[in-house]
Ligand binder design. Structure first.
Ligand SMILES: [Zn+2]
Length: 143
């Protein structure tokens, strides 16, 4: 899947602090592992239905869009994401090979913004890409 980015191992680390799940109320997931990749986050977990291991990749652009949401702002989400009414976090799900949507990742705007900041500082998200995403968000919000 993303194994071609193993060369980044010296500057990237696994975050076992709860990461995108911190404060999301989704601590019921067991064995969730989050790691930083060149193009985004990779969240490994087990299918809720059958327990089969799988992973979701969330790219920086998705996190950027989620991170622009705030208390006084209309919600803007990347394609395929929805808003959890209970946790106020953005949610994306994926189907497991068992045919059920057994994989889900919750990200709050604060968490997303923090990941984007880290990606910018470490050069994984280039200034040009950031400017493109700013323009995209402004356009989406009609600003
Ligand atoms: Zn499954």
């Amino acid at each position: 899947m993303q194994d071609e980015f193993d060369d980044f191992a010296d500057i990237l680390g696994d975050n076992d602090d709860g990461g995108v799940f911190a404060g999301s109320g989704h601590r019921s997931y067991e064995n969730v592992k989050q790691s930083t990749q060149a193009n985004g986050l990779r969240v490994e977990m087990q299918c809720r239905m059958c327990g089969k291991p799988g992973a979701l990749n969330i790219d920086w652009n998705e996190l950027f869009v989620i991170g622009t949401n705030g208390p006084n702002t209309p919600v803007l989400l990347p394609p395929n994401w929805s808003l959890s009414p209970t946790t106020k976090s953005a949610v994306v799900t994926a189907n497991c090979s068992c045919g059920k949507p057994g994989y889900a990742v919750h990200v709050t705007p604060d968490e997303a913004a923090r990941h984007v900041q880290t990606a910018m500082k470490s050069g994984l998200m280039q200034p040009q890409q950031v400017e493109q995403m700013k323009a995209f968000v402004r356009q989406q919000r009609g600003m």
